[in-house]
Structure formats: C-alpha cells, structure tokens
Design a protein around this ligand. Structure first.
Ligand code: SF4
Ligand code: MSK
Length: 641
C-alpha cells in the first residue's frame, strides 16, 4: 500500500503494517493510544499554552493569555514566568533521563576496568583510546583497563562536579568557537546587566538540581534567566550525559558499523520465540541478543517446538541493538501496542523511557509476558525481573527462559503478523562517515562548498498521537533529500525512515541530482541512521568535526534540525541543546510555550542573535522543508558559498 493510500485509509498511521494492526484493534476492541487520545478531548488549552501552574498549594493557577481571566497567579506570577518555569522543568527532566542513562554506563565502565564486573568487557579498545585522547588522558604504556578507569573517573566526576568550571566532557568535545561564544555571552550579559546568567554547564546533576531549585515557589521569575538555565541544563545533556552514554557504550558494546537490517512488524517470526526489547538502555538488551544465540537457549526453544529465539527491537533500545548487533526493528513508539496485538510476542522486555503503561494490560489479553527490569520503571501488572549488570548473563538467560516458557501458551489462531519489512542500511556513526570519506571531513566539506549537497538536516524524535504516525517524518525527509539536503538522525524518526525504505539504497532515486550522485558514488542511502536518542551526541560530534575543520562556529554551518512528531521531555532537551549549540530547530506539534509572549520571543527570535540557534514551528511538512532549505541557503550565503 502506498503512503497516500495509507493516508486515506487510516488517519492514525501512514505505516501499512500499523494500518493492518489497527483494523484488528478496531475489530477486537483493543484499546490503543489513539482511542485513549480521543477520550481525552477536548484537552486543556491552558496546558497546551503552558500557562497553568501547580507549583504551590495556593494553586493551581491558570492564566488566559487572551485576557479573559486573571492576568497573574495568586503569588503574582505572570504567564511568562509560569511558561518559562514549566519549560525549564521539562528540560531538566529530559536532560536527567539521558544523563542518568549515561551515569550507569560510566559506572559499568568503572566496574569493568577494576575487574568487579566480568559479564562485560572493553569491546572497542580503539574507541577507548580515541576517547582518552580527547580527554587528555595518558595512554602510552598503559593497559586498556587502566585507561578505562581514568575515562570512567572523568565521566563520573562530570555528574557530581561541584566547582564553577565548565563540564570537562563539554569543554573537550565542544568545538572551540562555540565554547568561546558561550563563554563570551556569559561575560557580556554580566557586564550589561550585572547579573549572572550562565550557559556553560558545570556539573550534570547540578544543572538539573539548579532548575528544581530556581523553579521552586518564590525563586526565579525572570523568563530570560529561566530559559538560559534550560539551555545550560540541556547542554549538560548533549555534550555531557548523552555524550558519555554514547562514547562509553561504544567502548563497552562496540562502535556501530554500517550494516543492512530489516525494519517493521514483519521481523516477528511466526515459528520462533519472539522477544521484543524496548526502552533505551542497551546494557541489558545487548546481553539478551547475545544470550539468545547461545546453544542452551537455542535448544530450549527447539524443545518447545520453536525454530529459534528471535530478538527484535522497539524504539531506542531497538536502535541500539539494531546498529551494533544487526537486530531486526519491529517499530517505533506507536508500534509498541501493535506489536503485542500480533499475538506473536512471547515477551516484551522493557528498561526505561517511552514505555506506555498500557502495555501491561494489553499483554494480559495475550500470552505475552510483559517484563520490567529497571527499579526506575516499574509498571503495575508487569512481571518484574530486576536487572543487575553484575549478574547480566544469568538475568538475561532467565528472561529468555521466561519467553520460551510462554511460547507454548501462544494462541496460534490469534497470531497475525503483517508482512511488511523494509531493508535499511544503518550504522552511520561519525567514525563510519569519516571512514567512508577517507578519514577526514574534507570531502564532505567540499561537496557542501561546491553546492552538490546544500546542507545537512538532523531529524530527531518520536511518534505523537496528535500527528498521523510517521507521516511528518516521511514527507519531511523525502522533501529534504529531494532538495539535495543530506538527512541524518536518530530515535523514532530513524525507525520511521527505515520502515519507509528511505534508508535503503533505492531511496537514492528520491534524492536531488547532487545528493543522488554522492550517495551512488559512496554506496550509501541519502538518509543516515545515527542511532538512538542519546546518540544525538553523534550529530553534535559530526557538526563539531566540520566546524573545527573549517575553523568556524557550528552556527555558521548550513545545518538545521527538526523534531517532527516530538512527544517527550527528552525531545525538549535535545531541541534546547541543538539551539544552544547554534542549530535552528523546527518543532511540531506546538510546544507549550505560546501562552508566554516573552518566552516565545526569546526562543523564536532573540536566540537567533544570541545563540545562533532558535526554534520555529510549522504544521505542514512540505512548508517545513522549504523553511529548512531557506535557513540552509541563508547560511550558505553568509559563508559566501
Ligand atoms: Fe499559583 Fe504562584 Fe503557586 Fe504557581 S506558584 S500555583 S502561580 S500561587
Ligand atoms: S524512543 S524519546 S519516543 S524518539 Fe528514544 Fe522515540 Fe522519542 Fe522515546
């Protein structure tokens, strides 16, 4: 079924596999996010505009920005204060989610280095040496565990750093010009106002706690100060927590390489025990993939009449094992319920983030074991098998055994797997991109300078029930490559692009003549999968490599970002650290800031001059592509290219 046919067919999703499953959901009466969304209508317009506050017990207070009601909360807070405080809290939660993920990876690296964890090992020694070099850690004549211990110590210290100096990871990874610009900005604002407004993060934990403190009742009410801290905290995620997660996961689990994989619900196998891994942290899921291939698991699966244990991914945990281990991708966020409805999932194993609590109830309608594993993400109705990385082998074996035990209970008459998969060529880490270019960014720079490629668009983010699933992702991506703009990205967007065939080599034909010729020469698709949400740090590193190579700031480069179909607070943090890094960012659906005119002006206009990056919103994907192209052309003109 073509996209257009799907669009007519079902306003909920443009994905043909989803359309088939939604027909089953309608027939059988399974509740879905779409149905629950309908039941929530009309949603609160104060919430949509960001003007409701329940920070203290004199509230909740709400302000109608159209002048119909009170103009101030009980304490006197304005709409802008309320909007800015809510935004800051979103940025703090999003940053904390990514960064706490990074913390666990740093602790694991420490344990592997000191020998207290033997279930994991240093898989990519070359990457360890590269990270150590970046952090100015001595490597000559030292063993890998010794170097890893130092890398882990620097990373762990970034979380709890108590002094006023900028975060070490940020200082070592951020391009010089961007670092100096943010430092200069702090100084000039201090000289102009006499007040401290910081943009360079100090400690990762500290910046999030700072937001919790300053948004407490009776603290920071200044929209500019609150927005600046939101950016600072988000920068501690992008160049700190997420960077640590990506770099150290590569050391422990291996840096992804380019490979071809399959994406969509058709990766489930009727004759196999299907285990779906879902969430964000690959420390457990990588083990599950490894264990599923062991002779014991294979024999146990055969003993219950299954062909094998087939591990597939969802969301960002899926992206992690997709890129490193070539595991099939069952889908993005909105596919999670649909996967269970196939009746072919024997276990869905979740770690943290982006997991609908509804999955527990839905699983109980089937034989599916819904297994939570993190103390930070427990869900009533789930089977909880506590993960502990010190016993990772044993726990992952137990999880697979649970799935195998569930297989005989499968009602074969209820199994329906939509036969849709697309091939995707994935694994475009900075290392792989540079390798394809001959080891230096120069060929890419040349292609951009001579206009063969106009610029680069980074797309991130989720599925959102307010947008037809994958529609914005597909149309925007197709429109951009048509305009000779290379598209890179992560997260659920990457899954959408993979499912749509946009990451397969035939998609080269959809690209404009310049991009098409380059992709054909390099034998790559025009749309590059760079990983999971924390791997947005890879996009920062690519931007940084090009900027440093040219001796310019990131904000000078023809780069632009988008988070169409965004859902989570993590997307707010990603958008804010892109903006803080000098990259303009498109958002859809509307962020909850429009009730604060000053906040809206700061983020959509003032930020352009101050940071070089800013937010803009647009509902139509074709119009969005046109605006993104216009930004790229404006930057090209400013560079004189
Ligand atoms: Fe209302 Fe002010 Fe309390 Fe918010 S902090 S709930 S605006 S009184
Ligand atoms: S999983 S943050 S829904 S991209 Fe990273 Fe997808 Fe968005 Fe979660």
């Amino acid at each position: 079924m073509s996209d257009e046919a799907c669009k007519r067919e079902d306003r909920r999703s443009v994905d043909p596999a989803a359309v088939e499953m939604l027909r089953i959901a309608d027939r059988e009466g399974y509740a879905t996010i779409w149905e629950r969304y309908e039941k929530q209508q009309p949603q609160c317009s104060y919430g949509q505009l960001g003007t409701c506050c329940r920070i203290c017990s004199m509230g909740p207070c709400r302000i109608d920005p159209f002048g119909e009601g009170p103009s101030h909360g009980v304490c006197g807070a304005t709409a802008d204060t309320i909007v800015a405080r809510n935004l800051a809290r979103m940025a703090a939660v999003g940053s904390s989610s990514h960064s706490d993920h990074g913390r666990k990876v740093a602790q694991l690296l420490k344990a592997v280095a000191d020998g207290s964890n033997t279930d994991y090992r240093i898989t990519d020694g070359e990457k360890l040496l590269a990270v150590a070099a970046r952090l100015d850690i001595a490597t000559d004549g030292r063993s890998l565990p010794e170097i890893a211990a130092d890398v882990a110590a620097v990373a762990i210290n970034c979380f709890g750093n108590q002094d006023e100096e900028p975060l070490v990871f940020l200082e070592k990874y951020m391009p010089k010009k961007r670092f100096e610009r943010l430092k200069g900005l702090e100084e000039s604002l201090y000289q102009a106002t006499g007040a401290k407004i910081g943009f360079l993060p100090r400690g990762i934990d500290r910046e999030a706690v700072d937001i919790l403190h300053r948004t407490h009742f009776g603290c920071d009410h200044d929209p500019l100060s609150l927005v600046a801290q939101s950016v600072r905290c988000s920068l501690s995620d992008g160049w700190g927590g997420s960077m640590i997660a990506t770099e150290l996961q590569d050391i422990l689990l291996g840096t992804p390489t380019i490979k071809a994989v399959k994406a969509n619900l058709g990766v489930l196998e009727e004759e196999s025990v299907n285990v779906v891994v879902h969430g964000h942290e690959p420390i457990l899921s990588a083990k599950i993939v490894e264990m599923a291939q062991s002779p014991e698991c294979r024999q146990a699966a055969e003993a219950v009449g299954a062909r094998r244990v087939n591990v597939v991914g969802l969301c960002c945990t899926g992206n992690e094992v997709l890129l490193r281990q070539g595991v099939g991708m069952a889908g993005n966020e909105s596919h999670s319920e649909l996967a269970i409805m196939t009746g072919a999932v024997d276990a869905m194993v979740v770690d943290v983030q982006c997991i609908y609590p509804a999955l527990a109830d839905l699983s109980s309608c089937f034989h599916t074991r819904f297994i939570t594993t993190s103390e930070q993400a427990k869900i009533p109705g789930a089977l909880h098998i506590q993960f502990d990385e010190h016993h990772a082998d044993a726990i992952s074996s137990r999880i697979i055994k649970t799935a195998i035990d569930a297989f005989p209970n499968r009602n074969k008459g209820r199994v329906y797997i939509p036969q849709h998969t697309a091939t995707a060529v994935v694994g475009f880490t900075v290392e792989e991109i540079l390798k394809a270019l001959g080891g230096t960014p120069q060929p890419l720079v040349d292609l951009i300078v001579n206009g063969t490629i106009k610029g680069i668009a980074g797309i991130v983010g989720c599925n959102n029930v307010k947008v037809q699933q994958d529609y914005f992702h597909r149309v925007l991506t197709t429109e951009l490559i048509k305009r000779d703009i290379l598209v890179i990205g992560t997260g659920c967007w990457a899954v959408a692009a993979a499912k749509a065939g946009l990451m397969d080599l035939p998609a080269q034909e959809l690209a404009g003549p310049g991009l098409q010729a380059v992709c054909k020469k390099l034998d790559i698709p025009p749309v590059l999968h760079m990983g999971s949400c924390v791997d947005c740090s890879r996009m920062l590193n690519l931007a940084g490599a090009i900027a440093d190579h040219l001796g310019v700031d990131i904000s000078d480069l023809p780069l632009v970002g988008s988070a169409p179909e965004w859902t989570t607070e993590k997307a707010v943090a990603i958008g804010a650290y892109f903006v803080g890094s000098g990259i303009p960012v498109h958002l859809w659906p509307l962020p909850p800031i429009l009730g604060g005119p000053a906040v809206t002006r700061i983020l959509t206009q003032d930020a352009k001059d101050v940071l070089g990056g800013w937010f803009f919103v647009e509902e139509d994907p074709v119009a969005t592509a046109a605006q993104m192209e216009a930004i790229i052309m404006e930057r090209r003109a400013a560079l004189g290219i």
